[in-house]
Write a protein that binds this ligand. Structure first.
Ligand code: IMP
Length: 418
């Protein structure tokens, strides 16, 4: 394994959490390099659902260490709560969680600004998760953010936050009532900011020492390639780089240390929030996928928009990330369809030369299998039509598929490698 990255190839929610969790059997460390509490990684272990927002999915394996890298934006109260919940469920946290001292801190002010900006944008809103992600990364780029290391001098942080509060007031970015309700979150914010300090460390040095020692490291992406701030469907994107290129800057490791980059694709496409979605099905098929796939956002509980697999964008993701292999998730959701479509390319050009809003998908139709796949353990046991569907995707993406997920549980994973 040494360093293997697992990244979303679509608009997030591809099921990365389950894949990271399943591959953790062979991992010593799982590291996240970007994003924050906007992520929602849903895991089902022995029938119990756990949703992780900031902790890497490896936390469910008691021997795996978890790194929250410098590229992340950390929300202390949410993180502290997540850590306590897991501890109460019997998953040990101490000595296993390492938070980069160079990561950025999300304050209640960032969340307020996120919600306010969305409100002002009205019908042009991005549909953010309102977790303060955009304003926090904006402060980072503006060199006015708060790094985790600063929490060691909590009085100085308090002063900085008070000044930012004053700026809100001066610039009419918050009403007197809003300032009052923001102040109510502050005690909890400072309490959690102090509570996470024992877990703060120089994670870049730590990770490099683990790489040197030959430990197996999984890098877990959040969101997906099409939400990348440079390469995604801008401006309907998140505020970080979600792609493979950002692993090095988000963890402080060299590019040559990354051995495998696995792209996770759902067997159809979903997205939450606003923005273009060429293969969206605003019809019975879309409803079927949404209902059968239980497509609700893990963070915001919004219904996800659904559509056919888009190999035009899939191939783009493969290229942008340099995926070495692909994983296909939720194949079982297609089980009952009689025909399944795949968009092979756009008839009027390719992204990013054309705006995704104007893309005209060209579809091919493949026969469905109309049988249950959830209990399958080998590729050869899958219905022939399902095998054909996977081979077509493989051919279009031009990379081998190594795993296929056919259910929520850890064990419902078919390995295609011999
Ligand atoms: P933000 O990251 O909260 O600023 O939201 C920006 C866009 O990214 C919105 O369309 C969100 O719905 C989307 N987004 C953010 N995080 C996730 C995720 O984990 N899965 C899917 N979409 C996400």
């Amino acid at each position: 394994m040494p360093v293997t990255a697992i990244l979303g190839a679509q608009w997030g929610d591809e099921g990365k959490g389950k894949i990271v969790d399943s591959l953790c059997e062979h991992a010593d460390v799982v590291a996240r390099f970007q994003g924050g509490a906007n992520a929602g990684h849903t895991l089902y272990i022995n029938g119990k659902e756990t949703i992780l927002h900031q902790l890497p999915s490896g936390i469910m394996h008691p021997k795996v260490e978890c790194v929250l890298g410098n590229g992340m934006v950390i929300d202390p109260p949410e993180l502290w709560q997540e850590m306590n919940n897991l501890q109460n469920q019997g998953f040990p946290i101490d000595e296993r969680v390492h938070i980069s001292l160079q990561a950025q801190i999300v304050t209640p002010i960032h969340k307020h600004l996120d919600a306010k900006t969305e409100l002002v944008l009205g019908s042009a809103a991005i549909g953010t998760t309102k977790r303060g992600i955009g304003p926090c990364y904006a402060d980072k780029a503006n060199r006015s953010g708060i790094q985790v290391r600063e929490l060691r001098e909590i009085n100085a942080v308090q002063q900085k936050v008070n000044e930012k509060m004053e700026q809100l007031r001066r610039n009419n970015l918050a009403t007197a009532d809003e300032i009052q309700s923001l102040l109510q979150f502050m005690d909890q914010f400072y309490m959690a900011s102090t509570a996470i300090l024992p877990y703060v460390t120089d994670t870049s040095t730590l990770l490099n020492s683990y790489i040197h020692a030959g430990k197996n490291i999984l890098v877990e992406g959040a969101q997906g390639t099409l939400l990348d701030i440079d390469f995604g469907s801008y401006p309907y994107v998140t505020s970080s780089n979600t792609i493979a290129g950002s692993i090095c800057t988000g963890l402080g490791i060299g590019p040559k240390t990354i051995d495998n980059i696995i792209g996770v694709y759902k067997s159809y496409t979903t997205r939450v929030g606003a923005g273009p979605f060429p293969t969206e099905q605003l019809n019975a098929i879309g409803d079927y996928l949404q209902r059968t796939g239980k497509e609700f956002g893990a963070t915001t509980h919004r219904k996800r928009r659904c559509g056919w697999f888009d190999a035009a964008l899939g191939k783009y993701s493969t290229r942008i990330n340099g995926f070495t292999t692909a994983v296909i998730t939720k194949l079982d959701i297609l089980d009952q369809l009689d025909q399944i479509q795949i968009c092979t390319h756009y008839e009027n050009g390719s992204f990013p030369e054309i705006d995704l809003q104007s893309a005209v998908p060209h579809y091919i139709s493949l026969p469905g299998w109309q049988q249950t796949t959830a209990q399958t353990h080998r590729l050869s046991d899958l219905p022939k039509a399902a095998q054909q569907y996977l081979r077509k995707i493989e051919e279009l993406l031009e990379i081998p598929i190594t795993y296929v997920s056919i259910g929520k549980d850890r064990r419902q994973l078919i390995c295609l490698e011999s």
